[in-house]
Design a protein around this ligand. Structure first.
Ligand code: NAD
Ligand code: TDX
Length: 333
């Protein structure tokens, strides 16, 4: 199978490409990535001689049409992915997440190429602590410009499937953690702060709940859906990893041998979603997928070890990321 992977220099995409090269010698991979601030060519160093890399924009219709004409399937990871950035400047989210997805859909439609769309649980909005978890039938109710543009891209995929017969599947996953995640995101930000002797930064009281899944478990599910998923179907991906942010910060502090209260409460995120939770029954029952990283503490320990061992990878992004948070007005409460 010839596979085009968009966003393959980002966090989840790079892990997907590494996993595919390691486990699937029958698959050839071409990565299309614009190398935005979030993309890092070095994330693909270990597989550089085994893949083709194209530096370009998913919204470039001619480029995308040409690349799609030469493959059997597209897995679409590329996106503007950070909620805080979408609150500071929403336009790149509309451009990449909606216009970029449109560009890919037109190409897969024209060349009749299989398409898998990688999306997020945030399209469903948030839950109270009493609500049941999201299912494939939960109504869309996004909160931020990020989640609204991801929701818009999902709806384009559904329309292109129904109206034009595009052979697409969709997946909506919960919060990922693991190696190669940008230091702007919650877990790597706190790990790299602690490596630098800086206290973790918890938004507000830290009672928001996220449903953590290791990136490798997410990516195995994406491959299962690509190969065995039903055309037109949405699959939710999650590993029953619900934890509140305060607990996650304390687990990271514990791993560093620091006191449980050695962190700062900082300005909360406007419109901050309270809780995400995934019911992945369909994925488990229909495709037989099971997470391999059931123990969050163990997955977190591996992730911390990776950031300790790979300072060259994250160090160039750290100061500019913290400056952006400070410029956006983040203050200790
Ligand atoms: P990321 O920000 O780490 O990586 C995004 C990648 O896309 C980068 O390499 C960037 O250079 C590339 N890119 C951005 N705009 C582009 C464009 N116009 N053309 C080509 N490439 C472009 O993101 P991530 O965390 O790896 O997320 C990947 C996908 O998974 C996204 O679609 C995101 O919505 C989804 N998702 C993420 C999570 C999570 O917890 N991180 C959870 C569920 C779903
Ligand atoms: O410094 C921080 N302190 C903090 O308390 C940061 C960066 C975040 N937080 C909180 C906000 C969230 O409640 O931690 C939680 C996780 O924050 P993020 O890592 O920014 O993730 P989130 O907004 O939940 O979205 C993530 O999961 C779903 C990804 O960034 C999205 O791309 C994905 O769709």
């Amino acid at each position: 199978m010839r596979l085009l992977v968009t966003g393959g220099a980002g966090f989840i995409g790079a892990n997907f490409v590494q996993q595919t090269v390691a486990t699937r010698p029958d698959v050839s991979v071409t990565v299309l990535d614009a190398l935005t601030y979030a993309g890092n060519r070095a994330s693909l160093d270990s597989v550089a001689d085994k893949i083709d890399f194209v530096h370009g924009d998913i919204a470039d219709l001619d480029l995308v049409d040409n690349l799609v004409s030469g493959v059997d399937a597209v897995v679409h990871f590329a996106a503007e992915s950070h909620n805080d950035n979408s609150l500071a400047e929403p336009w790149p989210f509309v451009q990449t997440n909606i216009v970029g997805t449109y560009s890919l859909l037109q190409a897969v439609r024209r060349h009749e190429v299989r398409y898998h769309h990688v999306s997020t649980d945030e399209v469903y909005g948030d839950l109270t602590e009493e609500d049941p978890a999201f299912t494939e039938n939960t109504a869309y109710n996004p909160s931020s410009p990020y989640s609204a543009t991801k929701a818009g891209s999902d709806l384009l995929v559904r329309a292109w499937t129904r109206s034009f017969g595009v052979k697409a599947t969709l997946s909506n996953c919960s919060n990922n953690y693991g190696p190669f995640q940008h230091v702007e995101k919650f877990i790597p930000r706190q790990i790299t702060n602690l490596i630098d002797g800086v206290r973790p930064r918890l938004y507000g009281a830290g009672h928001q709940i996220r449903d953590w899944i290791h990136v490798d478990d997410h990516n195995r599910a994406v491959f299962d859906i690509l190969e065995r998923g039903r055309i037109g179907q949405t699959y939710l991906i999650g590993a029953q990893g619900e934890l509140d942010n305060l607990t996650v910060v304390r687990l990271i502090l514990e791993a560093f041998g620091r006191p449980a209260d050695d962190f700062d409460h900082v300005t909360d995120r406007p419109g901050h979603d309270q809780r995400y939770a995934i019911d992945a029954s369909l994925l488990r029952e229909e495709l037989g997928w099971e997470p391999q990283y059931a123990d969050f503490r163990a997955g977190l320990a591996n992730t911390i070890a990776w950031y300790r061992d790979n300072e060259d990878w994250w160090r160039p992004k750290k100061a500019e990321t913290e400056l952006a948070y400070a410029t956006a007005g983040e203050k200790t409460l």
